[in-house]
Design a protein around this ligand. Structure first.
Ligand code: GRF
Length: 208
């Protein structure tokens, strides 16, 4: 089977990236990470890429005169790498509609809550878990979804519930949810590798 070519975009520590690398190395994911791109030159994600001999690319809006030039550069890097699937793993920057359209239904994101709740503007990192605690909900979780032009929107591919207990803090919840993200993301990517995902009318269908 041809391996699925991935390009991972990440801004932070990169534990989700690491989980993908580990699943590939363990033979559980039929994919190849062609490159890791980060807006943050000091990100743990780029370091993790380097230590696994994966091409690491620092690409920031700040390196370009206009947003359009940045978008064109990003698209050209994705094309050069023959990218089948763009994987957002803690990427903190908005992806422009120009890039999203080019990779329609071939770009996915992971979110540390159950969308469509606790998503959208300002809902990233610890802020998501703060909002979950403040709301008093008793379950949170993980969502993997296709990226469309609306932030944290797009067809949902996978969800997993994680209970919220009375003693939880935003930080404890983040620590509780993270391992479920690691477990989920590579499985969803493997479904793409197996050609089992079909997107129709804004819904994702998974063939058995
Ligand atoms: C994860 O919680 C992910 O859901 C969110 O950002 C965090 C990234 O963590 N989008 P890491 O950099 O993969 O450790």
């Amino acid at each position: 089977m041809k391996k699925l070519n991935l390009v991972v975009l990440a801004s932070g520590g990169g534990t989700n990236l690491q989980a993908i690398i580990d699943s590939i190395e363990a033979g559980k994911l039929d994919a190849k990470i062609k490159a890791v791109i980060s807006n943050n030159s000091k990100s743990g994600a780029l370091e993790r890429a380097r230590s696994h001999n994966i091409t690491d690319i620092h690409l920031s809006h700040k390196q370009f005169a206009t947003p359009e030039e940045f978008n064109q550069k990003l698209i050209s890097v994705l094309k050069e790498n023959e990218t089948d699937l763009v994987v957002l793993a803690g990427y903190m920057k908005m992806i422009s509609p120009t890039v999203i359209r080019e990779y329609k239904n071939r770009m996915i994101n992971i979110h540390p809550a159950l969308l469509p709740s606790f998503g959208g503007k300002g809902m990233y990192g610890i802020h998501v878990h703060e909002a979950v605690i403040e709301s008093g909900v008793k379950v949170t979780g993980v969502t993997v979804h296709v990226v469309d032009e609306v932030y944290d929107h797009g067809p949902i591919l996978f969800q997993k519930c994680v209970p919220v207990s009375s003693s939880d803090t935003p930080e404890s919840l983040q620590q509780k949810v993270l391992p479920h993200e690691h477990e989920a993301y590579f499985r969803v990517i493997q479904l793409f590798a197996e050609g089992k995902i079909e997107i129709k009318d804004n819904r994702a269908f998974i063939r058995e």
